[in-house]
Every structure is written in C-alpha cells, then in structure tokens.
Design a protein around this ligand. Structure first.
Ligand SMILES: Cc1ncc(COP(=O)(O)O)c(C=O)c1O
Length: 472
C-alpha cells in the first residue's frame, strides 16, 4: 500500500530548510535529505503544490520549481492527475546509513566495540553445541541474564528481581514494545525536545500525540513547560533520558528529577526512563539524582552504546505484571532475543562498570578533540560543555542546519540536521555532532564542516547536482 505525507507532516519533518541560495533548490534539498534518510520512503505521495506552498508560506512557483528539481534528479515522479510520488533512491545515492568507504558517517552516534568483546564472543562460541541444543530464543529472556541484570540494578541501589526484567533486542525494540502495549491512540506522551528520534517515531506510530518539553545543554530541562504539560496535557507516559541525554549530553539535577517525579505522580503519568546512554560518563563528576523506586517508573537499558551497537541486547525493568503484559504483546513483532547474544551479554553485565570506565576514556579522547577543533575552526559556533554521552548539540547561530548537512554530505560527511531531533519542528540552529569516532576522523569532519559552512553562508551553497550525484 502506498502512503502519503500531509503538508503539515512534511513541513515539520523539513524543519528549517531555507539556505541562502534559491528557495526552490533549498526546498528540494530538504526533501532529498528526507529521502536519503529514508524518512520519506519510496512510493510516498507528496502534498499537492498549492497545499505545500500554503503550509510553508512560499509561493506555488517555488514548490513547483522544487518538484521540478526533484524530478530532474530522479527523486520523484509526477503523473498527470495523481500528483508527485517519491522514487526509490538512485544507484548514486547513499541509502540510509550506507556510505562509501570515503564517507565519514556521523549519522549514528555509535562508539566502536569494547575491545574485550571478541574474546568474550570466542568463549561463548565454545558453548555452541549446548546453545544450539535449545530453542534458542524466548520472549522474556534467559533467566541467567535477567538475574545478572537484576543484580546490576541492585548494585546501583535499586533492589530488583529477575521477574522485573524483560530482555529485548536492543533498547529500540523495548521502546517500541512499551509504546505498542501500554499506549492507546491519541494518548499524550511527554517527550524531551530535542530527543532520540526513533523513540519519538515509535510513539507516533501507535497514534500517540507528542508534547515536547525543551532541554538544552547549558540550562537543562524547562521545568515550567514540564509542569504546564503535566497539568494541561495529562500525559499517559513521559519518555525521558535523565543521564547524558541524547543529543544534549545533559544530566538531570535533583530539582529536575523531583519536578518530573512530582508531576508524574500528580496526574498518574508513567515515567519511561531511557538509560541507554546513562553509563557513558566521561568526567565522572555528574552524578544524577536517581529517580526513586516507584511502580510508575519503567527503565530501559541496553548494551548498544556501552559495549557495541551490533550486540542487539537491551532490556526493560518494570513491575512484574508490566513485564508480563509486555511479554504477552511481544510476539507480534519479535519472538525473542537470540540466546547466543544473551549468552554473550550474561558475561558482560557483571563487568559493566569496568567496561563503562574504559568507554569513558575512549569517549573523552573523541569529545576533547572535537571540542578543540570546533573552537579552532568554527569559533562563531556555540560549543557546549558536556561531561558524558555521545554527542555535542552545537549551536550554529542561524537556521541553516539542513542546508549545512546537505552541503557536508556532498563533501563526504554524513550527519543529521538538528530538526531530526525535534518533536514539533525547530532546532534548525542546531547540529548534533557525535564524538564517537576517532580523534583523527573527528578532526577531518570538522574541516569538512568548515567548508560546508562557508558554502552555506556564502550562498553559493551546495555543489552542483552532478557533483552531488557522484560525491555523496
Ligand atoms: C537514547 C537511545 N535510546 C535507545 C537507543 C537504541 O538502542 P539500541 O541500539 O539498544 O536499540 C539509542 C541508540 O542510539 C539511544 O541513543
């Protein structure tokens, strides 16, 4: 079944698409970026020109010229009487998250694997005959792994039993499961803006209405907005990243934690705390004010950032009856986490603190060189101070994030524009720059950003379409 995107949704996804060059080309580039990121899937019907023009506040001629440019580059086709439809990516376009060897990919903030991982994998493979003698997956997770995860929470001061843990295929799958089992259509979900975009997508997918609460690298969470949102929207669920929030790197203070706990209790909001980045502490000085033990709190964890994104093991910690509800709703999209991965995870969990400390050292090198190089080459940008997490949420001063990202891509650097992390539009003056790559790669990336920024600011903008087709 083909899908269509409304003018409103397209406008929100585009964020601030205007560069300093011709408006139609900037708009076409914004749509191209959505296609490259697979946020506009092939065979999606675009809004009629007149409707999109009205929503974006531009002339119909601008939209018509943008669609013509997209037709010229093979990104859409327009059929008389049935509008314009996106086409599959061309051979010369990089698919989402696939870049050629020359491209620096900073779209994903994925640290390289923890160096001890291959050794642990080799040990587990020794047990392969015993592993393959079993079914190999199950819907709640291996009891040994669930016990290890529960003990890890116990060491953090949160006594936990194995029946409070559900093992998932990564945190994303946990978030999707929570959204699909615990939410109903039109439920309100409080969510930080900026946020981790795939979580926002999971909540949108089940028909929830998202209400954004701003968070900022320098000032933290907007508590006034949070309080209003609790009172006016009566959210069923709040999705938060209290420690080393992705993408801002910010950690909640005691005051912020108390405000969310108090607000959630007052209107019965379920708090979902995503702790995927919680252990990525670089400076070992920001100790978050722990959320209290509460029936209304669900925690999501993962080995994805601490150990390796390729190890698809995450989990949910919740009350046993919530775990049972989630387990019964799971098989429709996923029958369970592979036991091989779980066996590897079971050996990693007891060593998680040691692994996290090593990860902190690695991330420090990336963060420090990225900060230094950004300050040197792009002194006009606002580079925040962060003490952990995976990225810098950089202020670029002008709403040019999308054109900047397009220009960087044409030069061999893949990044996501600030608007990708927005909940209700905006963040066009921001760029998420992950510091998960090596210092030398990050220095090269900043060099590319400097040239891309000069281009975008100068208005000569993005290299010609032909260059784009071959370079990207
Ligand atoms: C905040 C946050 N939550 C969840 C995920 C997804 O994690 P996983 O790889 O375990 O599915 C990520 C990965 O980028 C993340 O940054």
């Amino acid at each position: 079944m083909d899908s269509r995107v409304s003018a409103r949704t397209l406008a929100a996804s585009l964020g601030g698409w205007r560069g300093n060059g011709p408006a139609y080309e900037a708009l076409a580039d914004g749509v191209r970026l959505l296609c490259l990121d697979n946020r506009l899937a092939p065979a999606t019907a675009l809004p009629a020109e007149r409707e999109l023009a009205a929503t974006l506040g531009v002339s119909r001629t601008t939209v018509a010229a943008a669609y013509q440019s997209l037709r010229d580059t093979g990104h859409i086709e327009s059929l008389r009487g049935s509008g314009s439809v996106t086409l599959p990516l061309r051979r010369t376009d990089p698919g989402p998250h696939e870049s050629d060897a020359e491209t620096i990919d900073l779209q994903q903030a994925s640290p390289t694997a923890w160096p001890g991982l291959p050794g642990i994998m080799a040990e587990v493979i020794q047990d392969a005959p015993a592993l393959v003698a079993r079914i190999g997956y199950d819907v709640v997770g291996d009891v040994g792994l669930r016990t290890a995860i529960a003990e890890h929470y116990g060491q953090r001061g949160l006594p936990t039993s194995a029946d409070q843990i559900l093992v998932t295929t990564g945190a994303q799958s946990a978030i999707h499961l929570i959204a699909s089992v615990l939410l109903h259509r039109a439920d309100r979900v409080m969510i930080e803006t900026p946020t981790y975009p795939h979580a926002a997508d999971a909540f949108r997918r089940v028909g929830a209405r998202l209400v954004g609460v701003p968070v900022d690298s320098s000032h933290g969470w907007d508590l006034e907005r949070a309080e209003q949102t609790f009172a006016r929207a009566l959210p069923s669920l709040a999705y938060l990243m209290p420690d080393f929030h992705n993408p801002t790197g910010r950690t909640m203070t005691a005051e912020e934690t108390n405000a969310f706990v108090g607000g959630a209790r007052s209107v019965g909001t379920l708090l979902v705390l995503d702790e995927t980045t919680a252990q990525l502490d670089i400076d070992r000085r920001s100790v978050s004010a722990a959320f209290p033990e509460d029936e209304g709190v669900i925690r999501v964890g993962s080995l994805g950032k601490t150990v390796w994104g390729g190890l698809r093991v995450g989990w949910v910690r919740a009350a046993p009856d919530v775990v049972r509800r989630l387990a019964s709703g799971r098989p429709v999209h996923d029958l369970g986490t592979p036991e091989l991965e779980q066996a590897i995870a079971a050996r990693l969990i007891p060593r998680l603190d040691e692994i996290a400390a090593q990860r902190g050292t690695l991330l420090r090198a990336g963060r420090d060189s990225l900060v230094e190089e950004l300050k040197r080459l792009l002194p006009e940008w606002d580079v925040p101070e962060v003490h952990g997490g995976v990225s810098l949420w950089v202020g670029i001063g002008e709403p040019l994030s999308t054109p900047l990202v397009m220009s960087a891509r044409a030069r061999g650097l893949a990044l996501s524009a600030g608007s990708r992390f927005a909940v209700e539009g905006g963040h066009d003056r921001r760029l998420r720059v992950p510091f998960t790559a090596s210092p030398s790669t990050l220095r090269r990336a900043v060099g590319i950003l400097r040239s891309a920024w000069d281009d975008v600011r100068g208005g000569s903008a993005i290299p010609s379409r032909t260059d784009f087709a071959t370079v990207v």
